[in-house]
Design a protein around this ligand. Sequence first.
Ligand code: NAD
Length: 500
Amino acid sequence: MVRASGDVQIPEVLRDKSNLIAGRWVNAVSGETFAVKSPVTGAVLAEVPKCGPADVDAAVAAAKAAWPVWKATPVFKRAEVVLRMAELLRESAETIAQVLCVEQGKPYEGEGLPEVLETALNFQLAAEDVVRMETPIIPMRDPAKRVLTFREPYGVMAVITPWNFPTVIPSEYLGPGLAAGNTIVMKPASTTPLSMILAGRCIQQALDEAGLPAGVFNLITGPGAAVGDYLVAHPDVALIGFTGETVTGEAICSRAGIKMTLMELGGNGPVIVCGDANLAEAAKAAAFGCFYNAGQVCCATERILVDATVHDEFVRLLVEEAKGYVTGDPFADGATMGPLNNEPTALKTELHLDDARAKGAKILLGGARETGKPTGLYFPATVIDGVTKDMLLNMEETFGPVAPVITFATDEEAVEIANMTGYGLQMAVFTSSIKRCFWYADKLRTGNVVFNDSTDYWEAHEPFGGGGGTRSGHGRLGGRYTLDDVTHLKTVAIDIEKTL
Ligand code: NAD
């Protein structure tokens, strides 16, 4: 029974050879490693390979060699293998989730275990959807012609992912990417690679059981600026799936040239609380959006825009809700928030709060790192009022457990503030008017809008991604929509008069 992170047994397989290349678990060519430390306890959990260009070359070569066979594997067979991956992930869910929680910091019952189960679900959904990828037959002017379309995989797909959801975000690419017939080279984030390495063992086991050639799925660890950068520029990589910060996405796009990219980037999601909203519901959802995973979610509630007429009552309710979030060990009873995952995130949270305080905003709850904890990464649920448009809390993604309250006078002003930062991933509005719902749905520049629930509401199969023209990226993750993005449409015209 695990009661604290210190009780989690790091599986023996994570002690050595954590790179998967051409079906074999190996070390980096250089033999170099780096340490993965727990933000919960500060302990070193494992050393993983610090890869470089030679490892990337080997992984890409393996994926390239395996592609013709994997692509030619009948789609129902590919779906069967991907479904088996889902099964194996479910069987190992508890072990993977325990490791995920000690390396990432999130609570086990409420967040870590559900994340791994959603990871498995993403493989299952991809397997179910891929066999129904019908494509059009196109009527032509020329009566001799029959024109058909086929969805084709790109080839070698690079997948680069962040540390806030160490297995579910990779699965959003890997499930559809593999099911559609691409082969993969993936690089997990450097602070949270261990749970994905364990998940990778399930993926490889399913491929081995099916007798498929080595190299369909490859996994390498190492610094983003070196390994990731070299990988995305590699001439044999055809497609890139990236989730991470907007600036990193921009750097990758400039290195990738004309390669196809799916970019799932930063967000700055507001919750807009209208004068006609159910304030208790709005406060509950806003707190959840701010503090779930300690605010380290791309669609976290980064800002709360409140109608001035309901401001006082809403803020009172919000503070009450926020007091219910308590930091602690992911396995401790009553802990609803873990530590932040890493020091840069803690520093950015402090920077944004310092900026707001200096410009006149007022802290109502929390506001500084907690002392007396095993690491310096525990940050309490924080509520700050009097935030204005010019503050970093409004203009930039904070990614910490902060609820910044901004007041607005009209719906038009709320839309102006919501849209002004250039990010547009997921926004939420609380209102009891269906007319207002449609008005906001039309005016908000974002990929996703939620009415009367949190910005952190999603289901695995709904299309999710940045709104057109925003800094939150392009492409859709979720259900069958990703299958469109990881394949290209091939058109085949046949002159039947000239056939035998
Ligand atoms: P990050 O951009 O720092 O890193 C993401 C990944 O990119 C890591 O694996 C990293 O090693 C790698 N990387 C870094 N520099 C690289 C380079 N030059 N070339 C190639 N790879 C490189 O992001 P992060 O701090 O790990 O994650 C947090 C960010 O991710 C937030 O901005 C958050 O909003 C965003 N995010 C977006 C979504 C979404 O669906 N839109 C989901 C989750 C997180």
